[in-house]
Design a protein. Structure first.
Length: 232
């Protein structure tokens, strides 16, 4: 599978088929959960990310991740966004201020929080917390943003805002999203990978193509199955 730069790629399939596990392999964050076995290659701009010479911290800075449930740190909005940048150091207060503002604007949250940056991020709504997490990821200026069901814990209005944000962000970086919502995949993604439902082949990718062609094929198959079941 080629995940194309500047596009949104969706991973769809039933629960337990390996979507999130595969997503975590793309920036090696799954290794934080315990020992892993790796076969094959994941190439990022021509380099195998599982090569022993790869700097994992630098890799995760370039390939950021937003999780299923919002996970802001128990600190201020400002400190949440500045956290990742401070780890690498070398930024003045003025530079940090600019980075925080740019990241919050990128996450479509600046106008909502600009007067309360010292407020705890834990006091925000669920949708705002998720956008804080997106802004925190954007602050390190990644090339790829991984999103693991970012809307599953949100209400419809917050979900709409996140989807609008995805469509805006794809002009700036590459996005890979795991979603159970087929309609969401059709709304926000350019390409879709469908993972296997067969227990004997769990985790295998069944199909990968443009989202439009996959959903057109699925619609034709559903119509054919209905006709055969109803009249066959």
């Amino acid at each position: 599978m080629d995940i194309l730069q500047g596009h949104v790629t969706a991973f769809i399939g039933p629960s337990g088929c390996g979507k999130s596990t595969f997503l975590k392999s793309l920036n090696r964050i799954g290794e934080l959960e315990g020992p892993v076995k790796v076969e094959g290659k994941v190439e990022f701009f021509g380099q195998d990310i599982y090569d022993r010479r790869v700097n994992i911290n630098r890799l995760r800075r370039q390939i950021s991740m937003v999780f299923q449930r919002p996970n802001p740190f128990p600190s201020s909005i400002y400190d949440n966004i500045a956290y990742g940048v401070r780890i690498f150091g070398g930024k003045s207060k003025a530079e940090l201020d600019d980075i925080v503002e740019t990241a919050l604007k990128g996450a479509a949250l600046w106008d909502e929080v600009k007067d309360n940056l010292k407020r705890s991020a834990l006091g925000l709504s669920g949708g705002q917390q998720q956008r804080i997490c997106i802004a925190r990821a954007l602050a390190t200026k990644p090339k790829i943003l991984l999103m693991d069901e970012p809307c599953s814990a949100l209400d419809p209005i917050s979900t709409m805002k996140i989807e609008e944000l995805i469509l805006t962000l794809r002009e700036q970086l590459t996005i890979v999203i795991v979603t159970h919502n087929m309609q969401q995949a059709s709304r926000v993604s350019d390409y879709t990978a469908f993972f296997n439902t067969d227990e004997s082949r769990i985790g295998q990718m069944v199909e990968f193509s443009t989202t439009e062609s996959i959903f057109q094929a699925a619609a034709k198959a559903s119509t054919r199955d209905y006709v055969q079941g109803r009249f066959g």
